[in-house]
Every structure is written in structure tokens, then in C-alpha cells.
Design a protein around this ligand. Sequence first.
Ligand SMILES: C[S@@+](CC[C@H](N)C(=O)[O-])C[C@H]1O[C@@H](n2cnc3c(N)ncnc32)[C@H](O)[C@@H]1O
Ligand SMILES: [Zn+2]
Length: 308
Amino acid sequence: MSKRVTDYDTYNYDYSQYWKNREYENNAEHIVLKSFLKNQQGNWFIDIGGSYGRLTDTYANKFKNCVIIDYSLKTLKRNYPTVKSLSPNITLIAANAYKIPFRDNTFDGGLMVRVLHHIKRQKEYFSELSRVLKDDSIYIQEFANKIHLKARIRAILKMDRTLFNREPYQQPTINLEGAKHSGVSFLNYHPQYIINIIEKCGFDIEERQGCSYLRIPILKKILGTKIITGMEKILQKLFSNSNLPPSIFLKTELEKERKDSKEYNSLEEILLCPNCKGEMSFGENIAICNNCHKEYIKDGNIWDFRVD
Ligand SMILES: C[S@@+](CC[C@H](N)C(=O)[O-])C[C@H]1O[C@@H](n2cnc3c(N)ncnc32)[C@H](O)[C@@H]1O
Ligand SMILES: [Zn+2]
């Protein structure tokens, strides 16, 4: 597989292990998503880079048909039984966020959490994403904030003025999720850099929320998850617009010129060849593009539509 995509499968990385002992961070993200998705509903929802389904409980009971796409086929295969048993309306598909195997104007909603640091070509991703989302759809984007409080203190101590430039910052790859291996992209972003790109691609920012204010190991240890989660709730309310926390969530609504959209009821109706966006013919465990003739295999329960 090409090195253009961060491929967890080549490292045999089991991402679910990362979340052992990170209950506070998980709670903090759930608080934001629950608030952003309150009163939302619709037909199709897409979780991009959704991995083992950590966040499915925030959307699966609101949207009729949900899809997780992820580049890690191994993760999807390993977690298929659990995800399906909790939410039978979720389909898992191996696919690349840059080449989404779905029809234009399909999804009423979507999210991406803890994945944008692996996306080196952000404009390309957001324009591909806007293709598959419907006009007026809701999309939630999380990203790692490069100008968070600890980074500012560090920069002042080191007299480093580069922190505030808009360029993405590649974090040193030690002990980070999926990035323990050299060459893995782990980008932190200036909030305005992401806001500029996302708005250019047609997404209007409706709400913004900082998250994980208290990602400080000693505090977690002393106070315990319950207290620190309570404090997080208060901090999220007080400083929703600040650039201080390490993670920022944007709730957006897509405005599109092409407003035509149909209602689709089955997976086969929404799938398109990710390579050329041609129509496909389906066999039991194989899909063939009628246009470029590329073949895609269903590996156990998971379609493999990964192309680079
Ligand atoms: C750090 S994990 C986050 C998983 C999940 N969103 C969560 O927050 O629990 C990043 C995930 O993004 C996936 N990923 C990275 N690059 C991708 C790409 N180009 N297309 C699809 N998935 C990608 C990885 O395989 C991995 O499962
Ligand atoms: Zn094709």
C-alpha cells in the first residue's frame, strides 16, 4: 500500500488499547458530540476514520443508516461483531478518506474525530467529503490544536516564535496514537488554518467547542475521572471559543450549489467506484466497476474499497 495514507495495518496497531486509562478524554469528547448532535436526525451518517466504533453511541440512534469508513481493514474486521451487536444499523467499510466510495449528495451528517492529524492533503479531503454530503448536512470536525496552552508555555520558555504561524506542526512521533512509528503524519493545526480551508470548501461554522482542557496526567490521578469530567463540563461552557485546549471541535453545515439529492435505502444504492466514481456491478463478495473495471472484494463482512 502507498505511504500517502497512514496505514495502521502495517504496524499491527490495535487502536482500542490506546483508550484503556483514558476515560476522561473519552468522556470529554462524548460531551461535545452529544451536545453537537442533540436534536439531529437523518437517513445516512458517515464516521470517517471511525476505527473500532468508539463514538457510535453519539450518532447511531439518531441516523437510520450509519457507515464507518476506515483505512484499517484489520481494525474493522476485529471489531465487526462488537460494533454490529451494539448498533445493527452501522456498516463498516474499508476505504480511504481521500477517495470515498459513495455517490454525490448521499449523507445527511458526518464526523471526523482524531483523524485529521493523519490527513496531509486537507483541501483534497474536504472537497471529496463535500461531494458525498448533502446540502444543509451537518458535519463535525475535530482537530489537534497546535496553539494550546501547554504549547504556548513551552514556546515562551524556548523563545520559539514559530508557534503562531499558520503552518501545520508535525508532532515528534514518540508515544503517540498510531504514530510510534517513524514517517507517520501527526499534524497539529492552527485553528484559523482549518477554519479557512473548511469554509472555502463550503462548510459554515455553526458552533465551536474546545475539548480536553485537563489532559494533565497528575490531575487525572489526583482528582479521578468523575471529578475531572465534571470540571471539563464547566470549562467547556466557560471557554467554548478559546484556543487553549489541545483539541477543538467544529460543528458545521454544508452549503452546496448542487442541491439535488435522492433518498437511498440500501448500501448498494450509494456505493460508487472510489477510483473513477463509476457505477459498479455487485456479486456476492465482489464488486466490479462498469467503467474502469477495477475489482473490489468483500473480506468476510467488510467491503474493501481502499484505493490510493
Ligand atoms: C487515531 S484513530 C481515531 C479513531 C476514531 N475516530 C476515534 O476517535 O476513536 C485514527 C483512525 O484514522 C484512520 N485513518 C487514517 N488515515 C485514514 C485515511 N486516509 N482514510 C481512512 N481512515 C484513515 C486510521 O486507520 C485510524 O483508525
Ligand atoms: Zn472505476
